[in-house]
Design a protein around this ligand. Structure first.
Ligand code: FEO
Length: 168
């Protein structure tokens, strides 16, 4: 059985992951309005991935015979002054998620909840990848600066991102 405290923390994480999905969707809409369809594609894929993260927590709570309680989503930010600003916001958000995942691991250890600790290992690894992926685009955007040719090339590259293959 999950403790009440752990169940509440996992439910809060479902909300955070769905919010991330919503925020990335808002970023996709921003890029579509800027006619940067490759960037928009990247954000759509990221939004779907966050949805999958939320559902992993949802399924895990149910597998442990806990109770999923969905909560209201905050309004996402909807406008940015540049692609770089949007990706910098994305990195800040991922760093917040990483901190939350680490706090969940701390709680699992504190409660000797080995199953939850094991379940969270996937997320610990995933956050390393998530931060690195966002940071890679930030570095490209910084290198490009105001060169529109570079932005065009990067947009084409980001158009290649496909959906993550993920069971469960
Ligand atoms: Fe689900 Fe990007 O953290």
């Amino acid at each position: 059985m999950l403790s009440e405290k752990m169940q509440a923390a996992l439910n809060a994480q479902i909300n955070m992951e769905f919010f991330a999905s919503y925020q990335y969707l808002a970023m996709a809409a921003y890029f579509e309005s800027e006619n940067l369809m490759g960037f928009a594609n990247w954000m759509h894929m990221q939004s779907q991935e966050e949805n999958m993260h939320a559902m992993k927590f949802y399924n895990y709570i149910n597998d442990r015979r806990g109770r999923v309680t969905l909560q209201a989503l905050d309004m996402p930010k909807t406008a940015w002054s540049s692609p770089l600003e949007a990706f910098e916001d994305a990195l800040k958000h991922e760093q917040k998620v990483t901190a939350k995942i680490n706090a969940l691991v701390d709680l699992a250890i504190q409660e000797s909840d080995h199953a939850t600790n094991s379940f969270l290992k996937w997320f610990v690894d995933e956050q390393v990848e998530e931060e690195a992926n966002v940071d890679a685009v930030i570095q490209d955007l910084k290198r490009i600066g105001s060169a529109s040719q570079g932005l065009f090339m990067l947009d084409r590259e980001l158009a290649q991102r496909g959906p993550e293959e993920e069971a469960e």
